[in-house]
Ligand binder design. Structure first.
Ligand code: GLA
Length: 741
């Protein structure tokens, strides 16, 4: 997959789906980017891709008018080589200047890719992936950069990761070191990304790319509710199903930057990596720094093609493989049912009823430890509250397991409250400068996970709970951002290392826990989707997508999240009405029809449900379990966007096209509406499908061209002669299709 032309010093990475081409520039040794996109043939030379014209400006080489790097596309641009755009690496030299020149030295090609300890990254066997490492040497120091490209056989994907090493004696300060730089010729791009806030995550945004810098990112210590580490560039004509999309996702949970600089020569410089804001890293003698990995996807099948590639690729080469093919439990979480107000009896009553309804796993949420009756204390004191749970967690968990359920528990490992023994003993373990103001967030403070002893302390506390009780799942929460980054353990010159070291500490704790408890299912959470990123999926195969459990809001949140993340990763529950976040009253059926296109669970008080409601829930769970394998392993198609109108539709098709599940949702009812139909996707055109809920049979190609005729949307009176009620607001339907042989 990796071709190297010794004569021309050109590299061509191609797996027959995509091509990526770059070369070593003569005289300067700088890496020039030539092409990224649909696969092209292998040629003796790619000099037809080299664009050069003499232009006024600063030139690298005396006597040459075409060595101005300001309009040359590059792999690892730096300051000090006549390129004035944003650099991908910036170093402060002992002399105080920031002038670099990284020139080609050699390359190494290897087969297979092992995971990197402590830094979530993609992995693959020798037959799946080939890795090219290009080594660049700095002309002004003993620094060396390795540009690492992984090309996967089966996907239109290349991953990028960079390493810098200091073989010299003098320390250098790394101020910027991005994971990916890609200079693309502009194609009148739109840029697309996901933005939001607490309870309103993953809102889709698509705008025309303007000249200048367009940037998203996080400076909050977590990837954040506000932005997801993902962007895509596509020409205006690209739709869900057609057209090109160049997409970029970063496997990282901390402060990130994703930006595009459209310059005056119409080159779009795409950059992804750790946010240089607040970042600085000391490269001491023999020191090195490895960036997070970035994943570039090229799709010719529109945004849906892009999403399917991310879903399939992350399931095959990033997510904890133990969980990819294992059926996930249908869970019930007590948070919205009880909040902090529970005791053992109340919990057992919910669990008994849950068992009766067919639920697999009971999750005890916040409030089980210390003396936590509200959200203003006890974090960091992970000892069971014996007032609420006289038999502790082990007693409760044993009783729940004896009922025939699995037991799961909530933790917020990275936090501390001031009323705890941990804080009394180690006030300096809190992030912040003790001589300056330190803001609280939800009455709590962030523990300094850049310190191994802090991670170790929390590991020991969690380990104590896990080792004494039958716990098969944990929900790992994180409910505030780092607002005043400072570590009392770091020297003044190393303060810029805190946020990255913090995230490495988080990964370290995940590894410690999973090493000792490899069968533990972890669901990550950060006040909902505040840290929903590929890196955490490496450890925790599912993430709570949002604290907003309203079915209508969830349409947008789950639709947006599906841009990058597979349905098996999207934590989704049926919750109470009126909904606790927006006060909306939606039918139980619609709440389930939305939650089923995710991990599926319940989060409401089921103990006083009527027989009729209980029967409905029992039926929902049975329905979900019947479709679960299809939902979690099929190909996902978005059919109608909730961001564009009153309806939303999506479907999952089995890879062998023998079955499919379609979800259709209408937000508000309309009087005397137009007829509606949804055009399906991904079916085998020549197969006949039986549509279960309407007992009809149709050809795949007809369902994709004519569509499913919906009907049953309006009556003009409360019910018809057969007793069918008129669907009101928040109506939804699921259609199961199976191949008719
Ligand atoms: C966060 C989570 C919720 C719940 C609460 C508990 O907000 O997102 O699901 O666990 O914390 O305090």
């Amino acid at each position: 997959m990796i071709y190297f032309n010794k004569k021309t010093l050109e590299y061509h990475l191609s797996n027959g789906k995509i091509s990526y081409i770059f070369r070593v520039m003569e005289a300067t040794g700088i890496m020039e980017q030539l092409y990224f996109g649909a696969a092209i043939d292998n040629y003796d030379s790619y000099d037809f891709l080299i664009e050069r014209e003499s232009k006024p400006g600063n030139n690298q080489i005396e006597g040459s008018q075409i060595t101005n790097l300001d309009d040359i596309k590059q792999e690892m641009p730096v300051y000090g080589t006549t390129d004035f755009r944003q650099p991908a690496v910036e170093i402060v030299y002992p002399s105080g200047d920031r002038i670099s020149h990284f020139a080609y030295d050699r390359h190494v090609i290897s087969q297979g890719k092992a995971p990197i300890k402590g830094l979530p990254s993609t992995f693959g066997k020798a037959e799946d992936v080939e890795v090219l490492s290009i080594f660049l040497k700095d002309r002004y120091s003993d620094l060396e950069i390795e540009l690492r490209y992984a090309m996967y056989q089966a996907f239109p994907v290349i991953t990028r990761q960079n390493v810098i090493r200091n073989a010299g004696e003098q320390s250098h300060q790394l101020e910027t070191f991005l994971s990916l730089n890609l200079d693309l010729p502009n194609e009148n791009y739109d840029w697309l990304h996901l933005h939001g806030a607490w309870a309103r995550e993953a809102q889709l945004s698509r705008d025309h790319l303007a000249v200048g810098i367009q940037q998203i990112g996080s400076t909050r210590g977590a990837s954040s509710h506000m932005h997801n580490p993902f962007i895509s560039l596509c020409p205006p004509e690209t739709t869900e199903t057609q057209g090109k999309a160049y997409s970029f996702s970063l496997i990282y949970s901390g402060n990130f930057l994703a930006q595009v600089q459209l310059d005056t020569y119409d080159i779009a410089r795409v950059q992804l990596g750790i946010n240089p804001f607040q970042f600085s890293w000391e490269l001491a003698q023999n020191g090195s720094f490895t960036t997070p990995e970035a994943v570039m996807v090229y799709s010719q099948e529109g945004l849906n093609g892009m999403s399917q590639t991310y879903h399939e690729f992350y399931q095959a080469h990033l997510i904890n493989q133990k969980w990819v093919h294992q059926t996930r439990p249908v869970l019930i979480n007590n948070w919205e049912a009880t909040y902090f107000d529970f005791d053992e009896e109340k919990i057992l009553n919910i669990a008994k009823k849950a068992k009766d309804l067919g639920i697999d796993l009971f999750v005890l949420d916040d409030g089980w430890f210390g003396t936590r009756d509200t959200d203003n204390g006890s974090l960091g004191n992970w000892a069971p509250d014996l007032r609420k749970l006289p038999n502790g967690i082990s007693g409760l968990a044993t009783k729940i397991v004896d009922l025939g359920l699995k037991f799961g528990l909530w933790f917020e490992p990275e936090m501390v409250s001031v009323d705890t023994p941990l804080f009394a003993e180690h006030p300096d373990w809190r992030i912040g400068n003790p001589d300056k103001h330190i803001s609280h967030g939800r009455n709590q403070f962030v523990l300094d996970f850049s310190r191994p002893e802090v991670v170790e302390n929390i590991f020991e506390q969690i380990d104590k709970v896990l080792s004494q009780a039958p716990i098969s799942y944990i929900k790992w929460d994180m409910n505030r951002y780092i607002s005043e980054g400072y570590s009392t353990a770091l020297a003044a010159k190393n303060q810029g290392e805190l946020c990255h070291r913090y995230i490495l500490g988080v990964y370290d704790l995940y590894e410690k826990i999973l090493e000792k408890y490899p069968d533990l299912l972890i669901e990550s959470c950060a006040g909902g989707g505040g840290r929903f990123d590929p890196a955490l999926l490496y450890y925790a195969p599912q993430a709570w997508a949002s604290d907003d459990t309203d079915a209508v809001e969830r349409l947008k949140i789950q639709y947006g999240t599906s841009m990058v993340y597979p349905l098996s990763a999207i934590g989704s529950h049926v919750s109470e009405v009126p909904n606790h976040q927006v006060g909306r009253l939606t039918p139980l059926k619609t709440r389930a029809n939305v939650a089923m296109l995710g991990t599926f669970g319940y989060e409401l008080d089921i103990t006083n449900f009527s027989d009729e409601e209980s029967a409905e829930i029992r039926q929902q769970i049975a329905t979900f379990k019947g479709y679960q394998d299809l939902i979690h392993s099929g190909l996902f198609y978005r059919l109608k966007s909730p961001f564009e109108g009153n309806e939303c539709a999506w479907m999952v098709v089995a890879k062998d096209q023998t079955e499919a599940l379609v979800g259709w949702y209408q937000v508000l009812a309309k009087p005397n509406p137009a007829y509606q139909r949804i055009r399906l996707a991904g079916l085998n055109p020549d197969k006949n499908y039986r549509i279960e809920s309407i007992s009809e049979e149709r050809k795949g190609k007809d369902l994709m061209s004519i569509g499913l005729l919906l009907g049953e949307n309006f009556l003009g009176r409360p019910e018809n002669e057969q007793g069918r009620p008129m669907p009101g607001d928040f109506n939804s339907r699921l259609f199961y299709l199976s191949e008719k042989i």
